[in-house]
Design a protein around this ligand. Structure first.
Ligand code: RNT
Ligand code: ZN
Length: 416
């Protein structure tokens, strides 16, 4: 697109927003600082680099689009390719199963910092900071219960795994000079009715106490709840109430995965409620009827979620990550669409004429508030977005489609 045209539209947009008390230049600076933690697992359908190749733990990818990354080199290449179409500097969120195991099998209770040495180097070279996740799924000992398993040897195995993951996250955080956010999600649950709801939760709580016994300075722990997993429909040990209760008591972060609530529940409304007590991590996803992990788009729930972050003035206390895995479309395209969508939602949230809206609300002017909220939807935020892309030297608008098609023709379509 012509630079001149983008600049012209941007200047007009700036005036429109200024009339409503919004400083577009300042918004651009704020957006520049918003780092999104890109999840490494969209590139290969959550398989990772252990020997096993099937995904368990109640999560599923569907689709068999050709070209998924088959090894670390391909995965890194794909992520860098995707990042080249996304404005700004972002983070990379790794799962333990993506370690650099050097072609040997390293069991989960044996993982060490050295298995992430090459990742830390790679991330530093590419100006990316890392976040981390322990991995309870896709392992012979995963079963239906990991950290809440009544069998002590299995429980201890996962406790050891998670402790080691925290030590790795600590080292990542120390080296990058910025906290590594480590998410802890376990799939533990039951397909059918259980008469031991309390027992498993007690065990989970006890395992967490053991895992968190070591205090670290350069990493932050998050707990992620869930409604249910596939094959684990009747009961989830780490329910929302469990995770909120534990996190508030122990001052851990809460991860809000937008696919982990009942379909009519608003994830956005949770931000202010939880923010008052703990810091937050987000897994921005797109649930369709269930936790289907479709690619994030600029839909109303996502927009409302980001509006809440801005309205709560919580940009520095909410860590934003993505979590979806669609195997039915070009996976690099999936990264680009989802990350850009999250950024667009954030931009629109930052451009909201909040001062004016709050003035109306304080004066009890309900009609005026609703009218401006409606009109704000049609303000020229897209001109600001185009300028943001231009300034960041990434494709403006749909220009990235052709580029991803080219990468597909030259690289990913040749994988089998
Ligand atoms: C699963 C959780 C979890 C996973 C990743 C792979 O329902 O959302 O965050 O998606 O850890
Ligand atoms: Zn998640």
């Amino acid at each position: 697109m012509k630079e001149e045209l983008i600049t012209k539209a941007y200047e007009v947009a700036k005036e429109r927003y200024a009339a409503l008390g919004v400083d577009v230049e300042k918004v651009m600076e704020q957006l520049q600082k918003v780092a999104i933690s890109m999840h490494c697992w969209q590139a290969d359908d959550v398989l990772g680099f252990e020997s096993g190749s099937s995904l368990t733990g109640g999560i599923q990818t569907t689709g068999n689009y050709p070209g998924k990354a088959r090894n670390m080199e391909e995965l890194r290449g794909d992520i860098l390719k995707a990042a080249s179409y996304i404005p700004g500097k972002h983070r990379l969120n790794l799962h333990e199963i993506y370690g650099d195991f050097g072609g040997t099998f390293v069991d989960r209770d044996q993982v060490e910092v050295k298995h992430f040495e090459s990742w830390m180097q790679w991330a530093a070279e590419n100006g990316m900071k890392l976040d981390f996740n322990s991995t309870s799924f896709s392992h012979p000992k995963s079963g239906n219960l990991s950290l809440s398993n009544p069998d002590k040897s299995i429980r201890d195995f996962w406790i050891e795994h998670t402790k080691r993951c925290r030590a790795i996250a600590e080292e990542m955080g120390r080296r990058q000079g910025d906290s590594c956010i480590m998410n802890l999600w376990v799939h533990d649950g039951s397909k059918d009715v259980t008469v031991n709801r309390m027992k498993y939760r007690e065990l989970f709580k006890d395992s967490l106490d053991q895992i968190f016994a070591t205090e670290y300075k350069n990493m932050k722990d998050c707990l992620e709840s869930k409604v249910f997993g596939i094959g684990l429909e009747s009961y989830t040990v780490g329910s929302n109430e469990f995770c909120v209760g534990y996190s508030v008591q122990h001052q851990k972060l809460i991860t809000i995965d937008t696919g982990h609530f009942h379909p009519t529940e608003s994830a956005a409304d949770k931000v202010s409620s939880m923010m008052l007590f703990v810091e937050l991590m987000l897994h921005v996803s797109r649930p369709i009827r269930w936790d289907s992990d479709h690619v994030t788009i600029m839909d109303d729930p996502t927009l409302e979620l980001f509006q809440e972050i801005v309205r709560c003035n919580a940009l520095d206390r909410v860590h934003i990550g993505l979590d979806y895995f669609d195997a039915s479309i070009n996976r690099i395209g999936a990264y680009v669409i989802g990350t850009r969508a999250a950024q667009k939602c954030m931009l629109r949230a930052l451009l909201e004429p909040l001062a004016k809206l709050r003035e109306y609300e304080a004066a009890g002017q309900g009609f005026q508030r609703l009218a401006l909220l409606e009109e704000a939807k049609a303000l020229p935020w897209n001109a600001v977005w185009d300028m943001f892309c231009l300034k960041n030297n990434v494709p403006v608008g749909e220009e990235f489609i052709a580029e991803i098609e080219k990468y597909e023709a030259e690289v990913t379509s040749k994988r089998n």
